[in-house]
Write a protein that binds this ligand. Structure first.
Ligand SMILES: Nc1ncnc2c1ncn2[C@@H]1O[C@H](COP(=O)(O)OP(=O)(O)O)[C@@H](O)[C@H]1O
Ligand SMILES: [Mg+2]
Length: 579
């Protein structure tokens, strides 16, 4: 990352403040007052020495301290208001940006989720957004408050004694070199730090979501070790980060004090020789030492802002992901009328070498039930996933009613489809809500009917709160079969013309499977169905069976046809059902 793009990131960061411009202008205005008032001790000291002491002015000696208190009261109040405003803006932006990112992530192509782990993604939304916006608002605040004060002090020292002032500002160019080197290092460390933090997040999330397996296999030590390693790296990065961040202040102070010593000696000599008044001298030295604080803080802020840049880079990486819609089709599918057709479809996963689907040719007419069988890893799930446009075909095309699905909007396409997957996913909500998600517009009766059809009704009666029972995270309170039945009810409710059942009944016992199968059969009647199944009954009920092996279709026909003609099907049949 070079300086140029650092500047661009910075500009982009500042652009987040644009909607708050009136508040920012207000704080800039108050900064000027605060900054000016902060420098007031300098002229006051000069006047005290040169006028009040010299003329023994008792009246002014009473006025000045009162004046000082009043000025600082005004200054500190304004500063308080200003800091509050800026920090509020910071947190408001954090909340807003997090929402924007979340929304954006729901619009990027499905493939994006193959990259980051869930934990890493969460870290971007939580840690990076925090660091980026809180540092940038802090930066604005410090720049304003210290910048104006510094300018004010510079004015006074130049006003008091311009030749000494010139000596005192040589410190700036002198300090810039080392500080910019430190900045670069900090930016890299910041980036690494946020990455490691994301890994820590990811490791923890994984550990807790897999808690059952962790316990069962006694992997606690393993998990501990993983976390310890990430933690160690984090500490290492932090240690370096602290080393560089904290070096700026003492470095600047030492430079300042050295210069101060020179001025003391030089100025002191001139005072003794009567060339300069005592008041001017004391005021100058005070002004000079008062500059130390804002200078030190400004340089520190500069180095700390590198962390904001590093975090911002990670946030922008997400925001810059193209939305699915940018490559989406513009044809709106309003009705599914005749057929789905795979034409010479090849597919490879973006993250992996090698074709997972090879030369798939398949035509499915409306209301057909197609069973797909094959060993695990044959490509069955991949084949049906492509229908949803989760991934784009690598070669060939998939047509719905003659239209390439790439030309159809993802939204309208998916509206025509219902999916029950192998790993049933339930939200941490009530049973009722989990079913209702199938069709947000559905009424009470429709939901109940779907629940009955999928035989959710039977077991729901046994739950404490019936349909209002909240299914715990990962649906821990339910058995696998019960979970699947809820997922099926959701698909039933969706009432979509195209139904994809990917081992939807694998977790059911044969008793409940028979019951659910009834519902599924009824559901499949008027629908075009892709059913990936291991059960003979389901397969026999299909209009046609597709046999897959190593990403290819190696057989196609009815159960009887395949048994007599397809070697792979015979093998599969024997392994699955015979004996
Ligand atoms: N998200 C993915 N990224 C990379 N490879 C994958 C992904 N999902 C599945 N695969 C690979 O694609 C092949 C087919 O997988 P899949 O379609 O899930 O098979 P099936 O459903 O028949 O068991 C397997 O070799 C699997 O390892
Ligand atoms: Mg599968």
């Amino acid at each position: 990352m070079d300086a140029q793009s650092g500047f661009q990131i910075f500009r982009r960061l500042i652009s987040y403040l644009v909607p708050y411009r009136s508040k920012i202008v207000l704080t800039i205005f108050t900064s000027v007052i605060v900054g000016a008032l902060s420098t007031s001790p300098v002229p006051i000291i000069q006047k005290t020495f040169d006028d009040i002491f010299l003329h023994k002015d008792m009246f002014m000696l009473k006025v000045v301290p009162v004046l000082m208190i009043v000025m600082y009261l005004v200054k500190d109040s304004l500063r308080y208001i200003q800091s509050s405003i800026i920090q509020r803006i910071g947190w408001e932006l954090v909340a807003k940006l997090r929402e924007d990112m979340f929304q954006h992530l729901h619009r990027v192509p499905y493939t994006y989720f193959e990259g980051d782990t869930t934990g890493q993604l969460m870290s971007r939304l939580i840690n990076d957004v925090n660091v980026m916006l809180l540092s940038i608002t802090k930066l604005v605040k410090d720049l304003l408050q210290n910048g104006v004060m510094l300018i004010g002090l510079l004015f006074w020292v130049f006003y008091l004694k311009w030749d000494w002032a010139i000596i005192s500002i040589v410190v700036f160019p002198l300090a810039l070199g080392p500080i910019s080197i430190i900045s670069k290092k900090l930016r890299r460390l910041g980036r690494r730090g946020q990455e490691v933090l994301a890994n820590i997040n990811s490791a923890m999330l994984e550990s807790f979501s897999g808690i059952k397996i962790v316990r069962a296999f006694g992997l606690e030590g393993n998990e501990q070790k993983k976390l310890r390693e990430h933690n160690r790296e984090f500490l290492e990065v932090t240690r370096k980060d602290i080393k560089y961040t904290e070096i700026t202040s003492p470095f600047m102070e030492l430079l300042g004090v050295s210069l101060g010593a020179v001025i003391l000696w030089l100025g002191g000599t001139q005072v003794i020789e009567g060339e300069v008044s005592q008041g001017t001298f004391v005021a100058f030295v005070l002004g000079f030492f008062m500059m130390n604080d804002p200078v030190r803080l400004l340089f520190k802020t500069m180095t700390e802002s590198q962390k904001a840049l590093a975090a911002a880079e990670r946030v922008f990486e997400v925001l810059d992901q193209k939305e699915e819609a940018t490559e989406d089709g513009d044809v709106v599918l309003t009705r599914f009328e005749s057929s789905i057709e795979y034409q010479s479809v090849f597919f490879k996963y973006p993250t992996r070498e090698g074709m997972v689907l090879k030369d798939i040719n398949l035509k499915v007419n409306k209301s057909d039930v197609i069973a797909i069988v094959g060993m695990s890893g044959a490509g069955k799930t991949t084949l049906v996933d492509l229908l949803f446009k989760f991934f784009r075909v690598t070669q060939g095309r998939i047509l719905i009613d003659g239209t390439d699905i790439n030309r159809i909007t993802s939204e309208s396409l998916r509206q025509h489809m219902a999916l029950v997957t192998q790993e049933t996913f339930l939200f941490n909500d009530t049973v009722w809500a989990n079913i209702a998600m199938g069709d947000p517009a559905a009424g009470r009766d429709a939901i109940l009917e779907a629940a009955r059809a999928a035989h959710v009704d039977n077991f729901v009666q046994t739950l404490d709160d019936g349909y209002e029972t909240v299914i715990g995270e990962r649906g821990l309170k339910l058995s696998g079969g019960q979970r699947q039945r809820i997922a099926i009810a959701r698909a039933v409710l969706r009432n979509a013309p195209i139904l994809v059942l990917d081992e939807a009944t694998s977790a059911l016992d044969s008793e409940s499977e028979k019951l659910v199968q009834d519902a599924l059969n009824r559901l499949m009647e008027h629908r075009t169905t892709f059913v990936i199944a291991h059960r003979l009954s389901t397969i026999k009920n299909a209009d046609r069976i597709i046999v897959m092996e190593h990403g290819e279709i190696v057989g196609e026909g009815t159960h009887e046809q395949l048994l007599s003609s397809c070697a792979q099907y015979q093998k599969y049949y024997e392994m699955q059902f015979a004996g």
